[in-house]
Write a protein that binds this ligand. Structure first.
Ligand code: DGT
Ligand code: CA
Ligand code: CA
Ligand code: ZN
Length: 567
């Protein structure tokens, strides 16, 4: 247990106590101790383990806090914190960070509406529900909505699907091209960068600020305009650039910074200078390139580098040697292998999902409803799973232009066993093994759990392998290289979950897993036919992980895929 974690627990408890309306003196003592511990040069855990020393010798740590510290170090929490977390959800803490929302209001909102997330709070304000309470009115609702938008703006990053909708709408409206982290396919974006060029570029800036969903104009000049877009207030920067500089600007504003720095240094060594206007000779300032990205990279002795790879992670060296991998593309996918139906928590039937997948041009899908451990989602037990497998066999008897694999997203129990019996799993074509509970167990236990689940001969792939929920929940921790190494050895694949809330695995982990010999699938985890379109986000992620068509098993045609699964 590191000091920072201990400090966070104390501070969080203080915050929860504030929501609870408790004594200010005690709240301050937790906060004070938190700040002392956060900045303390030695590990508190070491001091506690040393019988010759006392934590109470540290300024700001009294007897009560010392007791809490002992508890934290031995079991990872302490009584007061547990008690507070029982009363108030930790998500309520985020509401404290909203301007205009004091602890008392947060408490009232929780007590009356059970709102504990910003999303719910926002909805409540928009539906004017706050006015039902005494001393709360339209003014407060407005203030809170502004506060939420500001909070998201400063601390906030946005999911790729939100940014994508904005980029599409504005891109079409302005004839603009996205750059920045969005173009690099980062899983979240801070703001959206757009470029316009040509004769109407300057006029596009004026048009931009007049768009009905654009508000709070932050600045508008002849080359750049910035404003917020939509209810969530995503900042959008639009830049107007001349055609001769278009490639240079696109390159510059796509980034990332580290990639750009490395490129500029490379240019320097060649007697050139690179900026957002073009690539020029240092000696006489003549223009070498600038209209397209390709000519810039070429003039620097490099192959054009796909934006998803531009993170200065070895891509420049690979481009120099003309050894960039041929990255996977959306069109390479032949099927989608993770989706839910009404049998568990999905919205459509198997037939409807199949129909939608067929319309997208897929050859096959796997239906993977939840297993019984997810009782809330009405997960399948053994009998239902076996019956479902029979139903799918029946479906496939006729040629319907799409093949269904009978699948299951089977829970990995806390001890690593699968939720359903091997006999039942063996009836199915495709088993995705996923963690949905006990996500906060210790790292070694989680490692053992994942290693153990792969001992089941039915398990084909690890679903959303780190459990992260973007902007919401951290990945659970385990010895990733050991698990990935074991997966490679056993021929268990790892999923790139394309849901924009997850995008799990991350780019770094994809590259690590690939280096260890793992094969992958990209799947949407759709709960509705429209979610099947999320595949593009998963492909972006895969490209950021340098994956090729060959690395991803659902690029195989149906016969090859079926053969690979049976093995
Ligand atoms: P974000 O918006 O936080 O998701 O990340 P980016 O990468 O989109 O960052 P942003 O919007 O600040 O800038 C877009 C790109 O423009 C960035 O990747 C590199 C380039 N850029 C912007 N400002 C600067 C700068 O001051 N120096 C350098 N070297 N590059 C910059
Ligand atoms: Ca940006
Ligand atoms: Ca920007
Ligand atoms: Zn799942």
């Amino acid at each position: 247990m590191e000091n920072l974690e201990i400090a966070r627990m104390l501070a969080e408890t203080g915050d929860l106590m504030e929501i609870g309306g408790e004594d200010g003196f005690r709240i301050r003592s937790y906060r004070n101790a938190a700040s002392v511990i956060e900045g303390y040069p030695e590990r508190i855990a070491d001091i506690l383990n040393d019988p010759a020393r006392k934590v109470t010798d540290i300024q700001g740590i009294g007897k009560g806090i010392a007791e809490a510290l002992k508890e934290i170090v031995t079991r990872g929490s302490f009584a007061r914190r547990d008690e507070m977390l029982e009363k108030y959800p930790p998500t309520a803490l985020e509401m404290l960070r909203i301007q205009g929302l004091g602890p008392k209001t947060v408490r009232t909102l929780w007590e009356h509406f059970r709102v504990s997330t910003l999303e719910d709070l926002e909805r409540l304000c928009r539906e004017h529900k706050l006015q039902d309470l005494p001393r709360m009115g339209a003014k407060l609702e407005d203030k809170i909505l502004k506060g939420i938008s500001q909070y998201r703006q400063s601390a906030g990053r946005f999911l790729l699907n939100y940014a994508s909708a904005a980029a599409e709408e504005l891109g079409e409206y302005l004839g603009a091209t996205p750059a920045g982290s969005f173009r690099r396919g980062r899983e979240t974006v801070g703001d959206l960068d757009l470029l316009v060029t040509g004769e109407n570029a300057e006029a596009a800036l004026a048009k931009f600020v007049q768009h009905p969903r654009v508000h709070d104009v932050l600045g508008q000049g002849t080359t750049k305009a910035s404003a917020l877009f939509g209810l969530e207030g995503l900042q959008v920067d639009v830049r107007a650039v001349p055609a001769e500089s278009y490639g240079a600007a696109l390159q510059y504003f796509t980034g990332n910074k580290e990639h750009n720095v490395a490129l500029r240094q490379r240019a320097q060594k060649m007697g050139l200078t690179l900026n957002e206007y073009g690539l020029f000779k240092v000696s006489d300032e003549t223009r070498v390139a600038g209209a397209t990205e390709e000519e810039i990279y070429e003039a620097l002795g490099l192959a054009w580098i796909p934006p998803e790879m531009r993170e200065n992670q070895g891509e420049i060296e690979a481009a120099e040697k003309r050894q960039l991998p041929e990255l996977i593309e959306l069109e390479d996918l032949r099927g989608d292998l993770h989706m839910h139906t009404r049998e568990s928590d999905g919205r459509a039937t198997m037939e409807e999902m199949a129909e939608a997948a067929k319309a997208m041009g897929y050859e096959y899908i796997a239906i993977t409803d939840h297993s019984k451990a997810l009782a809330m989602a009405n997960g399948l037990d053994e009998a239902r799973a076996v019956q479902f497998a029979a139903q799918v066999r029946e479906f496939n008897k006729e040629d319907r232009g799409i093949r269904i694999f009978s699948g299951l997203e089977c829970d990995i129990l806390r001890d690593g066993r699968m939720d359903l019996s091997e006999d039942a799993l063996a009836e199915l074509d495709w088993v995705v093994a996923s963690v949905h509970g006990y996500m906060n167990i210790e790292t070694p236990e989680m490692t053992d759990r994942l290693l153990r689940c792969m001992e089941s001969p039915s398990v084909k792939v690890l679903g959303h392998p780190t459990g992260r929920v973007l902007l919401h929940r951290e990945a659970y921790t385990y010895d990733f290289d050991r698990v990935a190494g074991e997966a490679a050895k056993r021929g268990v694949w790892m999923e790139v979950n394309a849901s924009p809330e997850r995008l799990d695995l991350s780019a770094n982990l994809l590259r690590r897993a690939k280096a260890l010999g793992v094969k992958f699938t990209i799947s949407t985890d759709a709960h509705h036919p429209k979610h099947l379109a999320n595949m593009k986000y998963g492909v972006k992620m895969a490209r950021r992980g340098w994956l090729t068509k060959d690395d991803v098993m659902n690029t195989r045609g149906v016969a090859k895929f079926a053969a690979a699964v049976r093995k």
